[in-house]
Design a protein around this ligand. Structure first.
Ligand code: G6Q
Length: 538
């Protein structure tokens, strides 16, 4: 696979020139019924409506050329087949394969990465039998009662994706089953979750790939101590998901243990046991298989080379058009679905930890923009909050709307001739139109310039399968963008420095004035102490 820097592609020069006069959505004829009908792509159960992007057929052709020149689909196929993509050439790096797709490649056809899929199948079989034991009261508490709550203890990738999915699919929970999450080392996080829980009927799922994460290990101790105080034996209430050989890989300490492999990155691990154990407890194994089937369908759809037939690829390129060529610094993901309330938080990690990089895969500085700032909240709530800036602010924010034709619970009310679901979707579509078309007004404060790009991801209903599809659409959008920018989307060196300094500060804090590491220069140490004193901690 030929790797080329972003700026050297012929299509980049073409797009730079096209970006001087981007499509005018707000001009007469800029957004027509015909355009809305034509600018639609489909993958799995999702349709992508992208008429409100500032693109023309020429721009789309140049974006296709960029995808081809940068070998985006080839890189994706190599990723799925187990290429060692998590590396920086010539420098120390994680040096790993990137095989989260193997967790979903379990539906019979010839697997793209057979060894990884075989391991995923093994873990799934273990999960299936564990869940069956819980269902049939083979695994029970000391009083012979079944477990009703699972508390997942983990942080970052071991929290955000699984939590977003659990929340999204709560309406499908098995009767009497629920999940909670503890992530923060802030003791109030655990206190709030534990308050009011019947510990005797709770299973704590300690999730840490490395088995060394400060927050998770601390919260594990907190949970163990809470169980002991309640007169319960921790090993009957704790299970673990971790990497083989990690400090947490100790079956004596846990009721059950599941594994994740080092080729599954934390932020891409929701469809490994990191997410599936808790999802399985709450939703059951059939829903777990539906989530995997949805993700797998998109894993296949993302192999299409034609950008208009491949939603993740098209979204990646439209994002690049807005970010690198039209200069938009952020992107807002606005689901019109309360169930997706934590999905933007998951994407914030998945996208920004993946693509917030400024060295190439060869270790050189990038001379082009890489990952944008990603943020978002569910609509319609956001409309009453930050949409002012979206419509009239000085910053242009491309928007990705996510909507569903039907709601999850099937419970609705008709008020003034329309259902709440109709109001919800009408609002989402109206926002997209308003952003694109704008509005003239003699009063400048009431003028809307328009020309603000958005796209709409639309599906029938947020089912487990649709959730799997949506998750994979974004995972691959992010990976395609990383390939295009020639960065390593799969490491996270940028989180290390803060962790190291926190350990130093903590040592100073607990050791008082004498606690500093002797080897560190005194200027740094006095700076650290001064900061602690000013914060009132020393
Ligand atoms: C994700 C990151 C990071 C990681 C957490 C938790 O891609 O690597 O968010 O998931 O730091 O790590 P552990 O699972 O090892 O505890």
């Amino acid at each position: 696979m030929q790797i080329q820097d972003f700026s050297t592609h012929a299509a980049v020069a073409k797009l730079t020139s096209l970006a001087r006069r981007p499509h005018e959505l707000a001009a007469p004829g800029g957004l027509t019924a015909q355009r809305v009908g034509e600018y639609v792509a489909e993958s799995g159960g999702f349709a992508l409506l992208y008429a409100a992007q500032r693109v023309t057929p020429e721009v789309l052709t140049a974006l296709q050329e960029l995808a081809d020149e940068a070998g985006l689909v080839d890189a994706f196929l190599a990723m799925k087949a187990g290429a060692t993509l998590n590396r920086i050439e010539g420098y120390a790096s994680e040096n790993r394969q990137v095989l989260h797709t193997a967790c979903r490649d379990v539906f019979g056809e010839a697997a793209r990465a057979p060894e990884a899929t075989a391991k995923a199948r093994q873990e799934l079989a273990k999960l299936r039998s564990f869940l069956a034991d819980l269902d049939s009261d083979v695994i029970v508490n000391a009083h012979g009662q079944s477990f009703t709550t699972m508390v997942q203890v983990g942080i970052g990738g071991s929290d955000l994706g699984p939590r977003a999915l659990c929340l999204a699919l709560q309406s499908y929970a098995l009767p009497g089953r629920s999940a909670r999450f503890i992530a923060n080392v802030d003791p109030d996080d655990a206190a709030e979750v534990l308050r009011g829980l019947d510990l005797s009927r709770t299973l704590f799922n300690i999730v840490s790939k490395s088995g060394t994460t400060l927050e998770t290990l601390t919260n594990e101790q907190l949970v163990r101590s809470a169980l002991r105080k309640a007169g319960l034996e921790p090993s009957r209430h704790l299970m673990a998901v971790t990497g083989k050989g990690s400090p947490m890989d100790d079956s004596a300490k846990y009721l059950a243990s599941f594994y994740m492999e080092d080729y599954i990155g934390g932020r891409y691990s929701a469809t490994s046991m990191v997410g599936l154990a808790t999802l399985g407890f709450v939703l059951g194994i059939d829903a777990v298989m539906e989530i995997l089937a949805g993700a797998h369908a998109i894993d296949l759809a993302a192999e299409q080379r034609e950008i208009r037939a491949n939603i993740p690829l098209l979204m990646a390129l439209l994002g690049i058009w807005n970010h690198n060529f039209l200069g938009c610094a952020t992107v807002a993901v606005l689901p019109y679905s309360q169930a997706l309330s934590r999905f933007p938080a998951h994407l914030q990690q998945c996208d920004m930890e993946s693509n917030g990089k400024s060295v190439t895969r060869q270790g050189n500085p990038t001379r082009w923009q890489t990952g944008p700032v990603v943020w978002g909240e569910p609509g319609t709530n956001g409309q009453h909050a930050f949409y002012q800036l979206l419509h009239q602010g000085a910053e242009i924010v491309p928007v990705e709307f996510i909507g569903f034709r039907r709601n999850q619970y099937g419970v609705d009310i008709e008020v003034e001739g329309s259902s709440s679901q109709q109001k919800l979707v009408a609002n989402m579509l109206a926002q997209s139109l308003a952003l694109a078309l704008g509005k003239e007004d003699a009063n400048p404060a009431r003028r809307f310039a328009g020309n603000r790009p958005s796209l709409i991801l639309m599906a029938e209903r947020l089912t487990p399968r649709a959730m799997g599809e949506l998750l994979a659409i974004y995972e691959h959008r992010i990976a395609f963008q990383g390939f295009c920018w020639n960065i390593n989307s799969f490491d996270q060196e940028g989180v290390q420095l803060g962790k190291v300094l926190a350990t130093r500060l903590l040592r100073l804090l607990v050791g008082g004035e004498q606690g500093a590491a002797a080897e560190k220069d005194s200027g740094q140490e006095s700076l650290e102490k001064s900061l602690l004193r000013q914060a009132g901690m020393l």
